[in-house]
Design a protein around this ligand. Structure first.
Ligand code: MLT
Length: 327
């Protein structure tokens, strides 16, 4: 028995040493780039900058956000997935780039379940159905009726095929039985600008992007697609209360590194993220924007890998049924 235990111990030490490199031991020695695959000012960018600010303190190096927009977030994620796996390029992905994208892009240049080193989940982000403030519907039921009767005049704005806004409004339109014009932007930051300006009619977007504009009355929130109302938007009914119970959907934002990133580097990045999510100020900023902060068990790289696998499996049939998959 003793010989067997010694062999196992030596094998474990060898495996650990294999992932240890001098670089990993001293990581990070210079600023870290976090690729955000959408335009500045949208939900992915907001979550990245809040989490990145505290992670930088924890790691002792700057975390520099680089916005690389296009193709519903897949352009930036493709670039990040091909970066050197040394921990100096990481990315903020989400339910679109790492859940829906494979169904929407048959020639996608990455596999969300295989081509990344998951670092950790940052925030759950409930989805709201929002319209320009003078849209002729005062509640979700009127909205559905109006869009059905005027679908050749109404337009929806999203952040590109594969984005959360595109994916969730694809589901919404499928459930409403409508096919309006759909306008693609480089992120829902710019979408929000045009909603406020009255240039587009409606969108499905993540709560962190919307709270201040809803509270200011610059746009209208018809419903939130979660089982319970948000603590920061108590007057916005759930889709169930508003008469569309089948529209239940939430998004999430998470940090990934390229596949092959040393385990010691992944562990340091995960520790910095966990510290950020325990930091009172960071929590306050995320919570006041309506985020759902994962518990300890939900913050591990393993939990994120399981989430990605379940989301890819979930969204593929949904998007096929909605006819959204490019054939
Ligand atoms: C989306 O998927 O809709 C993005 O989150 C939009 C954004 O972050 O700009």
């Amino acid at each position: 028995m003793k010989r067997r235990s010694l062999v196992i111990a030596l094998a474990s030490a060898a495996a650990l040493f294999a992932t240890w490199t001098p670089a990993a031991a001293d990581y990070p020695e210079r600023p870290i780039t976090m690729i955000v695959p959408f335009a500045a000012g949208g939900p992915t960018d907001i979550v990245a900058r809040i989490a990145g600010e505290y992670m930088a303190k924890s790691l002792g190096q700057a975390v520099v956000v680089e916005n690389v927009a296009g193709a519903g977030g897949t352009t930036g994620i493709t670039r990040a997935s091909q970066a050197k796996p040394d921990g100096y390029v990481i990315m903020m992905g989400h339910m679109g780039t790492h859940g829906a994208a494979p169904a929407l892009y048959p020639a996608l240049k990455y596999d969300p379940t295989k081509d990344f080193a998951p670092i950790g989940l940052v925030a759950g982000t409930p989805i709201l159905i929002v319209t320009r403030k003078d849209f002729p519907a005062q509640n979700l039921k009127d909205f559905v009726d109006y869009v059905k009767a005027n679908q050749n005049k109404v337009n929806e704005a999203h952040a590109g095929v594969g984005s959360v806004s595109f994916t969730t409004c694809t589901l919404l339109q499928s459930q409403m039985g409508t096919k309006t014009a759909r306008v693609a932007y480089r992120g829902t930051g710019p979408v929000l600008n045009d909603l406020v300006a009255g240039q587009v009619d409606f969108a499905c977007d993540q709560i962190v992007n919307l709270v201040s504009q809803i509270q200011a009355g610059s746009i209208k929130a018809l419903a939130i697609a979660t089982a319970t109302r948000s603590d920061v938007l108590k007057d916005v009914p759930t889709t169930k209360e508003a008469g569309l119970p089948e529209f239940q959907v939430s998004a999430w934002n998470a940090i990934f590194a390229p596949k092959g990133t040393p385990a010691a580097v992944v562990a340091k990045l995960n520790a910095a993220l966990v510290a950020a999510l325990d930091d009172e100020n960071t929590r306050r900023r995320l919570l006041e924007l309506g985020s759902v902060i994962p518990d300890k068990a939900g913050r591990t790289p393993e939990a994120l890998q399981a989430l990605v696998e379940s989301e890819v499996a979930r969204w593929t049939p949904v998007l096929k049924a909605a006819g959204a998959v490019a054939n």
